[in-house]
Design a protein around this ligand. Sequence first.
Ligand SMILES: Nc1nc2c(c(=O)[nH]1)N(C=O)[C@@H](CNc1ccc(C(=O)N[C@@H](CCC(=O)O)C(=O)O)cc1)CN2
Ligand SMILES: Nc1ncnc2c1ncn2[C@@H]1O[C@H](COP(=O)(O)OP(=O)(O)OP(=O)(O)O)[C@@H](O)[C@H]1O
Length: 221
Amino acid sequence: MSDTDDEQERGVAAYASPPCFMHELQPGFSTNAPSAPQARADVMRWRKAERERLIAARLAIPADERAAMARRIADGLDKVIGNVSNQLISLYWPFRGEPDLRPWMETVFERGGSIALPVVIEKGQPLIFRAWRQGDKLEKGVWNIPVPAEGQPVQPTVVIAPLVGFDPGKYRLGYGGGFFDRTLAAMPARPLVIGVGYRMAAIPTIYPQPHDIPMSAIVTD
Ligand SMILES: Nc1nc2c(c(=O)[nH]1)N(C=O)[C@@H](CNc1ccc(C(=O)N[C@@H](CCC(=O)O)C(=O)O)cc1)CN2
Ligand SMILES: Nc1ncnc2c1ncn2[C@@H]1O[C@H](COP(=O)(O)OP(=O)(O)OP(=O)(O)O)[C@@H](O)[C@H]1O
């Protein structure tokens, strides 16, 4: 499903102006977002609460349903990327209920594509990407997320970023480390950046800040 379909289904996101007075124009209108927080500190506080809400909501989805959703996301990725052969695709090792795209990763290898995984070198710094294929050694990185134990940094042609939340402007809410924004800002050439997540992660706005870089495309179930 495209993100445009998503917006139409969600309704709320279709309004271009802040929803402050919508409850007066449309009885029953409500949104979880506070009325347009302006200050950066307010936005960061709001994001923290929103992350917790969205992560709890996706963990509440039964694992078999999440697996079915991940299969639909995989189909959507193939539509957006097209031919994966000769592409170097940065994926992620799933945690905290993120869509598990490792079965899709297998199909990328079978079709002649390559995979990289993101590695946190230091908080507050860009991620690096290391190539990975089955059999290569993984070690525990931050948050115990497995990362390739060795290898020179590589530059992916496609970056797949897991979404905690996303908005109609294709802005991504992540875990609050600012890693993908910093990484994309520092890359010599902007890759195709695909945000992947569940439809339930759609929110009216993430209150984009100057450092936020929008995704090239969003793929949901
Ligand atoms: N599966 C997966 N791997 C991934 C990511 C991801 O989103 N998903 N990342 C995508 O970026 C990177 C890891 N992202 C991280 C983001 C934040 C923190 C972290 O320590 N956060 C602080 C709170 C930050 C704050 O609010 O100031 C913490 O939990 O204490 C760690 C890793 C690389 N690997
Ligand atoms: N290019 C950048 N340069 C400096 N600081 C940045 C940059 N990008 C993001 N940050 C900082 O990182 C912090 C977290 O940003 P944000 O809330 O956008 O994280 P996120 O996108 O949810 O996290 P992640 O990508 O790690 O999952 C903010 O304090 C922000 O100022």
